[in-house]
Ligand binder design. Structure first.
Ligand SMILES: [Zn+2]
Length: 193
């Protein structure tokens, strides 16, 4: 398994075989290698799985970790650009559990930076009526900019759902992992036998 050392940046690594590049400082990994599992770990940030294919039908998957810093750094667009550079399109996304805008209180200065990046729609308010950031909206914007379609948005909030870890609200050290892997199709090689 490839587990990245996440740094809230925009670096993307290509994984060529199982376990390749594990421990690399990056926030996104992608592969066309069957059996190579890619992992990102989150506790309030947004985990995203991407999958697409090229003109020859070769599939690719990616795992992305993006909090607000990663979103503004452009990690989602960088991953989609990397896939596109390798001819991979038709990309769909699954958005995992993350902190929702009702629970993600945000400072005015950082919120202004986020709005400069994504427009006023990324600004929201908490349940207690203070400024907040809408990470889901930011993720939708970034995926749209990169040409990806959202397949599934889990819609679970890590702050309010104790089945997930929350760094901000409960100061938990644990992380929820999102794993992606291209499985080898056991039946594919048997068809012509
Ligand atoms: Zn919430």
């Amino acid at each position: 398994m490839t587990v990245l050392r996440q740094v809230h940046g925009a670096d993307v690594v290509r994984v060529d075989r199982p376990g390749d590049r594990s421990g690399t400082c990056a926030d996104a990994a992608w592969t066309t290698a069957t059996g190579a599992t890619l992992a990102v770990r989150t506790a309030d940030c947004v985990p995203v799985a991407l999958y697409g294919y090229d003109s020859s039908g070769c599939s690719a998957v990616a795992a992305v970790h993006a909090g607000w810093r990663g979103l503004l750094a452009g990690v989602v667009e960088a991953t989609l650009a990397e896939l596109a550079n390798h001819g991979i399109g038709h990309v769909r996304a699954v958005i995992g559990p993350h902190i929702c805008s009702s629970h993600y209180e945000f400072g005015a200065a950082d919120l202004a930076r986020a709005e400069a990046w994504g427009g006023s729609s990324v600004a929201s308010t908490t349940a207690w009526d203070t400024p907040s950031l809408d990470l889901a909206e930011g993720m939708r914007l970034a995926l749209g900019r990169g040409g990806a379609t959202i397949d599934t948005e889990l819609g679970r909030c890590t702050a309010s759902d104790i089945r997930y870890f929350s760094h901000r609200v409960r100061d938990e050290q644990g992380r929820t992992a999102l794993l992606v892997c291209l499985e080898h199709d056991e039946s594919a090689g048997e068809a012509g036998d």
